[in-house]
Design a binder for this molecule. Structure first.
Ligand code: NAD
Length: 312
């Protein structure tokens, strides 16, 4: 069976491509290398077919979908912070629509989508189960929800199988962004003081990259038909201040003073930042998957690998 990974040169996509190869799938990658790199694929480069192209181009999509049986759709504009809403519309919503249309024409009806915890917005219930209200508070979250809706409609209208993984913060080596990398870079520039966006009490769930990839393939293999969303997170959540403490410790620093910016709208890091995110993962647990690492362990492992990767 041959699968396409869009965004396969990126952080999650490159680990996913590697795992799919290990499981015996043939893997094709479509990436425009905007944030992804060939280095991420260096160890599997000769085992995968790489299409250098853009998910907004119907021609590139057609080339990439030729000969594949399923699509793991991970290419996106993954910037959660406020930016140009048009970017999210183009890279996420429009591109997903073009991808679905190309798949429909080519009779490829199996799609796995990298969604996000941000589809819930400020959830009423923590931990948040999949059947909670979907009220995103960022344009990024709205774009992910719009993509899920499109996939759900293609499942019901055209007989697609659609799996949406609503990831917590995925952490590990090769990460292109996120709070751990941000703290490491700031502390390298100034080991005495760390600026923390918000009031530091923002509490979120973090999942180790291998756990996230395992959950993705697990959910896909066990979904038979229709559209199914799955929360993918660890069992707990930790505060941004605790993340800072772990990074400082891993970097072997002492006497670092924290400068909280105070944040916006009740201590959030930025407008659209969900202050408390903890996903209820009971659905996947009931099916037999469980994460190997807690949020604290995942953050520590990621900090260690990113410190090594970034160097001194
Ligand atoms: P990433 O930036 O490392 O990977 C994105 C990949 O997509 C890159 O290789 C990039 O070059 C490629 N890409 C971007 N725009 C493209 C385009 N127009 N055409 C072709 N390729 C394009 O980010 P990531 O963290 O690996 O995220 C992967 C997916 O998972 C994204 O959809 C993101 O929204 C989602 N997600 C990530 C997290 C997380 O914590 N990292 C959490 C929830 C959801």
């Amino acid at each position: 069976m041959k699968v396409l990974v869009t965004g396969g040169a990126g952080f999650i996509g490159s680990f996913l491509a590697e795992k799919l190869l290990q499981k015996g799938f043939e893997v094709k990658i479509l990436d425009n290398f905007s944030t992804g790199t060939l280095k991420n694929l260096s160890h599997i480069q000769d085992q995968v077919e790489i299409v250098r192209g853009d998910i907004r181009s119907p021609q590139d999509l057609e080339k990439a979908i030729n000969g594949v049986d399923a699509v793991f759709h991970f290419a996106a504009n993954p910037e959660v912070r406020i930016g140009d809403p048009g970017e999210h519309f183009e890279h996420n919503i429009l591109a997903t629509y073009l991808l679905l249309e190309t798949m429909r024409k080519k009779n490829v009806k199996d799609i796995v989508f990298a969604s996000s915890s941000t589809v819930y917005g400020d959830a009423q219930k923590l931990p948040t189960p999949e059947d909670s209200a979907l009220k995103p508070i960022s344009v990024y979250g709205a774009s992910k929800l719009a993509c899920e809706s499109l996939i759900s409609s293609y499942a019901h209208t055209y007989g697609f199988k659609g799996v949406a993984l609503r990831y917590a913060n995925v952490v590990g080596p090769r990460a292109t962004r996120g709070v751990i990398k941000d703290f490491i870079l700031k502390l390298k520039a100034n080991p005495r003081e760390l600026e923390i966006l918000g009031d530091g009490t923002q509490t979120k769930s973090y999942i180790w990259i291998d756990d996230a990839v395992d959950a993705t393939i697990f959910a896909w293999e066990r979904t038979i038909e229709g559209f199914e969303p799955y929360n993918v997170g660890s069992i707990d959540a930790i505060s941004v201040k605790e993340v800072a403490d772990i990074v400082v410790e891993v970097m072997g620093l002492r006497d670092v003073s924290y400068r909280f910016t105070g944040g916006v709208m009740g201590g959030r890091g930025w407008v659209g930042d969900v202050k408390y995110m903890h996903l209820d993962i009971a659905k996947l647990l009931r099916m037999g998957w469980s994460p190997k690492y807690s949020s604290r362990e995942a953050v520590r492992k990621a900090a260690m690998s990113l410190v090594r990767e970034i160097g001194t």
